[in-house]
Ligand binder design. Sequence first.
Ligand SMILES: Cc1ncc(C[n+]2csc(CCOP(=O)(O)OP(=O)(O)O)c2C)c(N)n1
Ligand SMILES: [Mg+2]
Length: 282
Amino acid sequence: MALETQARNNWCPGCGNFAILNAVKAVLAELQGEGTSPDDVVLVGGIGQHAKMLDYVNVNSFYSLHGRALPPAEGIKLAKPETKVIVFSGDGDAYGEGMEHLVFAAKRNIDITLIVHDNRVYALTTGQVTPTSPQGFRSRSTPGGNLEKPINPLELVLAAGATHIARGYSANLPLLKKQVKEAILHKGFSLIDVLQVCVTFSNLYDHYNKHVYELKDHDPADREAALKKIREWDYNLEAPIALGTFYKTLEPAFDAEFLKALKPAAAGSRPELIKEVLKNYV
Ligand SMILES: Cc1ncc(C[n+]2csc(CCOP(=O)(O)OP(=O)(O)O)c2C)c(N)n1
Ligand SMILES: [Mg+2]
């Protein structure tokens, strides 16, 4: 099935979102070739420039509210567990308005993939600060410069319980493709924080090109090593910025556990089934 849609693309020329779109389409085509039915893929978006991904890929999708992409994604996964659920969110969407959903999705290690288009600005609303905006950033909401330091979203989700944590860059398409496929195939909650350059409101190409490098000789199964690497980029201007998979482990995923709890009661009546589920989860 062709993945193209009729929608006219209205991202700015040079926008980092194009790389994410290309990576996702390439991986979905590959998965189709390997036997995944397009009906078993659902894309979910927040609200922002990132969410236009849903308009540009011809598979089932769900537009949520700003900051609320994860709850419907979790609902879709639980209702139809064979579905590969891929969530597109912004740094404002996932790390600002929706931060509590992020923490709990990571905590319950539900098998969905979250791709954050981390352009470090509210792009759709024309350039205000987000939780990952650089300190000193002059924006529409901070004309005198952002007084706050950015949060480190990778450290946050590691602490919360995510089992697959990676950082990508919109100017490194081969790595991004690899990361998207790996994250989709991972059984558990995966985050790819993509340094997605917004050419209009936060053009960090020069800075990233000078400081990014790909992780090597790093063992993603080692949690302490992952934390150390995740903390390496302290957002100081001269700090190196690692790209790659920082952490990867297998833990029971919420959806699989939920399904196990449902099975013994599946032949019974609905009240029995609900009782069975509650017994395990309340
Ligand atoms: C509840 C709610 N609050 C605020 C808004 C306004 N709003 C829409 S998109 C957006 C910013 C999106 O920024 P981000 O999530 O970083 O996405 P980007 O546009 O940068 O991809 C805001 C504040 C909204 N639509 N709903
Ligand atoms: Mg943004």
